[in-house]
Each structure stands twice: as structure tokens, then as C-alpha cells.
Write a protein that binds this ligand. Structure first.
Ligand code: NI
Ligand code: MN
Length: 227
């Protein structure tokens, strides 16, 4: 079996494996990089890295319509409960759990996590998925940190890393992250959504391939990547 990954721009991805459709950080209606709306997606699970608007914007409406299981840190799932979302699973940094779709561990991320209404969204997280077919690390919004070396010890088939700069790692630090993580493949995200995070992702992938053993792929919104 393969893991199929569709990109909707910014940090919104859907991972598909078997009958599972795992939507990461749904930001659709207000996302300038996609025409897709939340009404067109039918995830079986929704996973949120942190509370910022550009990661949770469509989570409540999607969760209510589809009944998908929403996984996030404890503070965010508590907030979702107050919005009327019933099917939630709280985890936190360092904690892993075997879900029906595979194992998911929340990892450290260095960033903020305030929810759209100003509520406390706890600490931001990265996501380490272990599927039978592949191990996928989604860094979330984060600065570079040297413990990425420890995360890399899992043996990462694919790392999805922010390169936009301004709010997260920029190209230089994301390249250092690849050197720490040693993934087989890497996909950049969180760039070109707005002017402050405009980046040349093709140039970044060329540097990754010149300076590391990882192979890089620049996904455009609507692209599907098979692992
Ligand atoms: Ni953020
Ligand atoms: Mn963000």
C-alpha cells in the first residue's frame, strides 16, 4: 500500500492510506493558495499542530459535518469541545498513541498556539506519523531546534518542513533541519501564502539535494504525492 498526500497550499495536507483520510491543519476558505472549500473534503481524521487561525480555520465546521476524529493537544481539544465538537482525542508533546490509521506522536515545536478567539491553545506540536508503509514527520510551524536530531532517529521517509521565514524557519534553517533529521524525502510548506513568507522553493530543493542525501519535491496546491 502507499500513502497518498494531497497538498492544498500553506500547511494543509491530506494523507490517505487505505480507507483513512487524515487532514492536517485545515485552512481552506481563507487560504489564497486553494480554490478548494471545506465542503469538498471528507476526512476521517483531522490533526491540528497548533491553534493559529491558518491551521485551524475550517476544523470546527469540518469536524461537525463529517464527525471526523480530531486530534490535537489537550488545550485545543478542550476548546473544540466548547465549540460543540464531540469526537476528539487529546495528546501532548512527547506522547504517542496507536490510532486506527497508524501511530501518531506529538513532538516539540517552537512557536505560539493562541486560538482564533484568543483562548490558550497550549504548546504547538509537530507530528510524527508511523504508518506500516512509511514514517512521516510534519514539523508544524517551528523554529529550528537541535533535538530534530532525536526525531530523525525514528528513520524518516518524508519530512514536511516550513520554509517561509518570518513566522517559522526560513530556507537556511530548514536546510539545517534536513541535515538534523536526515529524511529520505522532503517537501517544503508554509511559503508563498502571503508576501512576508514568499520564497523560491525550487531553489531551496536544489540546495537540499546538493548538500544532503534527501530528495526534495515542491508541491503546488492540488498536487498529489505518493510515498
Ligand atoms: Ni502558526
Ligand atoms: Mn502558520
Amino acid at each position: 500500500m502507499t500513502v497518498e498526500i494531497e497538498y492544498f497550499g500553506h500547511s494543509t495536507f491530506e494523507l490517505r492510506t487505505g480507507e483513512h483520510r487524515i487532514l492536517i491543519d485545515p485552512f481552506l476558505g481563507d487560504n489564497p493558495l486553494t480554490e478548494m472549500t471545506a465542503d469538498e473534503l471528507n476526512p476521517t481524521a483531522i490533526v491540528l499542530t497548533h491553534g493559529h487561525f491558518d491551521h485551524v480555520a475550517d476544523a470546527v465546521s469540518l469536524a461537525k459535518r463529517t464527525g471526523a476524529l480530531v486530534i490535537a493537544n489537550f488545550e485545543i481539544v478542550t476548546w473544540l469541545g466548547k465549540q460543540g465538537v464531540k469526537n476528539v482525542h487529546g495528546q501532548h508533546q512527547g506522547g504517542g498513541f496507536q490510532h486506527p490509521f497508524g501511530h501518531l506522536k506529538l513532538t516539540v515545536a517552537h512557536h505560539g498556539s493562541m486560538l482564533p478567539d484568543g483562548s490558550n491553545g497550549g504548546n504547538p506540536c509537530g507530528l510524527l506519523f508511523t504508518f506500516p508503509e512509511a514514517t512521516i514527520y510534519i514539523a508544524g510551524d517551528t523554529a529550528l531546534f537541535s533535538d530534530m536530531q532525536l526525531i530523525g532517529e525514528a528513520g524518516i521517509d518524508l519530512a514536511i518542513l516550513p520554509i517561509g521565514d518570518n513566522f517559522t524557519m526560513g530556507p537556511e534553517d530548514a536546510l539545517r533541519a534536513v541535515k538534523f533529521l536526515k529524511p529520505k524525502r522532503v517537501i517544503p510548506c508554509h511559503f508563498n501564502t502571503w508576501p512576508p513568507i514568499a520564497q523560491d522553493a525550487d531553489a531551496w530543493v536544489k540546495r537540499v539535494e546538493a548538500e544532503t542525501d534527501a530528495k526534495g519535491t515542491v508541491m503546488q496546491s492540488g498536487d498529489i504525492f505518493k510515498l
